[in-house]
Write a protein that binds this ligand. Structure first.
Ligand SMILES: *[C@@H]1O[C@H](CO)[C@@H](O)[C@H](O)[C@H]1NC(C)=O
Ligand SMILES: *[C@@H]1O[C@H](CO)[C@@H](O)[C@H](O)[C@H]1NC(C)=O
Ligand SMILES: *[C@@H]1O[C@H](CO)[C@@H](O)[C@H](O)[C@H]1NC(C)=O
Ligand SMILES: *[C@@H]1O[C@H](CO)[C@@H](O)[C@H](O)[C@H]1NC(C)=O
Ligand SMILES: *[C@@H]1O[C@H](CO)[C@@H](O)[C@H](O)[C@H]1NC(C)=O
Ligand SMILES: [Zn+2]
Length: 439
């Protein structure tokens, strides 16, 4: 018998003993098996740390601190569910940060407000060593090796580009790598799942000619098209038009909870055909259609979607900071391991879990980049939205440069008189929307 064989057989008997002990221990004490299960989850999530599809921390920085980053320590932020300490505890290695501005800003200063949200995410992700701003799949993977939390920037709502492809391109230059085509308002070119704002309503035209041009330009640039918040008709039209896979960054299953923000099975199947991704939203309202929910119900969404289109089409888009109620046991970003543990208990394989934690998102991102590469010979699109399709009084009419402008010598006092009402309205809108509209 060679020495190697002896070593091997010794190792074998050691294993058998250990296993024997484990079996005895776990039958004696249920805590042991629970403990080893948690260990297994942490081991799995260390190897495949989460890429989360949606987080609204930037919105909370606006609401709570008016974007004064110096007022907070991002390692430990009270009143929110997201900070560096908890992201690390939850094995979140990459976070898509939404830059979101109220629908009320459409036709007003949506572009400025969006720039300010991009600024605050960029500051967050460059001033803190634990974060790293990334703009490609490769950079995302590199940041994992450096044990950094990668930040991706995503615009939440097409109203942010004010129907302008040059504005879209400049947002790309600032690092934006995905955009949800709508939030709770229609844009002049795409339709929302919400009927809250009665703007740009139209029949049987859920993605206009200009809307198609937006999708084409996003394909050319290499920006991920996000269909969360769009109407199903718009989602179907985009799936028919996009050359690259698309995602729902934070939506769940309509069959499990019939909320209009969730995705019905027929649409999931269309998404699958395009190799797209649905990143399941954890907000209780979309999980159980009520204000309270539990992890088991969340897992029902995962099980159902896997049955319909397979684990390769699923990701996780927590929606923390964008919604008010989360399931028991999933109250903040440190709790993701509890969800993975529930799925392991439901016999999801480690392979499936590695897919939903990160590999699916990376595959989609890389495919979006590949399509962009393929389109690199195309020039930037010069499609412009027809004037009659935007009813935006803030747009200067450039065709009449010689036209006399209305007198602008308002006295300082008349300006001052206007200000309090404006601020009050803004504050009320902010308050209402933070209570009602966020998701
Ligand atoms: C975070 O700050 C709170 C007080 O603001 C403190 O009680 C808590 O221990 C801190 N947590 C960590 C992880 O530093
Ligand atoms: C919607 O428009 C398409 C083509 O533009 C047409 O084929 C279809 O019948 C229309 N549907 C309705 C409900 O009007
Ligand atoms: C969801 O289901 C409930 C009960 O079946 C029904 O009353 C409600 O109208 C449905 N909502 C939607 C958006 O389909
Ligand atoms: C979780 O919530 C569902 C309803 O959404 C309920 O039927 C179920 O019993 C709950 N499970 C646990 C373990 O509490
Ligand atoms: C998981 O698999 C085990 C062993 O095959 C089986 O006993 C158990 O019922 C399964 N659990 C679920 C939730 O499918
Ligand atoms: Zn949202």
């Amino acid at each position: 018998m060679s020495s190697r064989k002896i070593a091997k057989s010794n190792l074998c008997s050691l294993w058998m003993k250990t296993l024997g002990h484990l079996v005895v221990l776990s039958s004696l004490n249920p805590w042991v098996s629970a403990y080893s299960e948690r260990e297994r989850v942490h081991d799995l999530m260390s190897r495949y740390p989460l890429i989360d599809g949606h987080n609204d921390l930037a919105l909370q920085l606006r609401i709570l601190h008016n974007n004064r980053l110096s007022q907070v320590d991002l390692h430990n932020v009270s009143k929110v569910a997201t900070d560096i300490t908890r992201l690390q505890a939850g094995h979140v290695q990459a976070q898509v940060f939404a830059v979101y501005v109220l629908c009320g800003a459409q036709e007003k200063d949506a572009v400025r407000l969006t720039l300010e949200q991009i600024d605050v995410v960029r500051r967050m992700c460059t001033e803190y060593q634990d974060f790293e701003l990334v703009t490609s799949a490769q950079e995302l993977k590199n940041s994992a090796m450096r044990h950094k939390i990668a930040c991706l920037i995503s615009i939440e709502g097409g109203h942010s580009i004010d129907s302008s492809l040059p504005a879209l391109r400049m947002f790309y230059q600032l690092g934006v790598r995905s955009m949800a085509l709508t939030h709770t308002c229609n844009t002049p070119w795409a339709e929302s799942s919400s009927k809250l704002y009665k703007v740009y309503q139209r029949h049987n035209n859920s993605l206009t000619h200009f809307g198609e041009a937006v999708v084409e330009e996003m394909n050319r640039l290499g920006m991920i098209v996000d269909l969360s918040h769009t109407s199903w008709d718009t989602a179907r039209a985009v799936l028919g038009h996009s050359k690259a896979p698309v995602i729902f960054s934070h939506s769940s299953s309509f069959s499990i909870c019939n909320h209009s923000r969730n995705v019905p099975d027929w649409l999931l199947k269309e998404l699958r055909k395009k190799q797209g991704l649905i990143m399941v939203n954890l907000h209780s309202k979309f999980i159980s259609c009520k204000d309270d929910a539990n992890i088991s119900r969340v897992a029902d969404h995962f099980d159902h979607i896997r049955n319909v289109i397979g684990a390769q089409s699923i990701g996780i888009g927590g929606d923390f900071e964008g919604a008010v109620s989360f399931p028991q046991g999933l109250e903040d970003v440190s709790k993701y391991p509890a969800l993975i543990q529930e799925l392991l208990q439901r016999n999801w394989t480690e392979n499936d879990l590695a897919d939903i934690l990160r590999r699916n998102f990376l595959r989609v991102f890389e495919e979006v980049e590949r399509v962009s590469e393929e389109l690199s010979a195309h020039l930037p699109s010069e499609v412009q939205i027809p004037d009659k399709e935007v009813q935006n009084p803030c747009r200067l009419d450039l065709r009449h440069p010689s036209r006399k402008r209305p007198p602008s010598d308002q006295s300082p006092s008349s300006k001052a008189q206007q200000r309090p009402t404006g601020l009050l309205t803004q504050a009320v809108v902010l308050l209402i929307s933070s209570l009602l509209l966020m998701d």
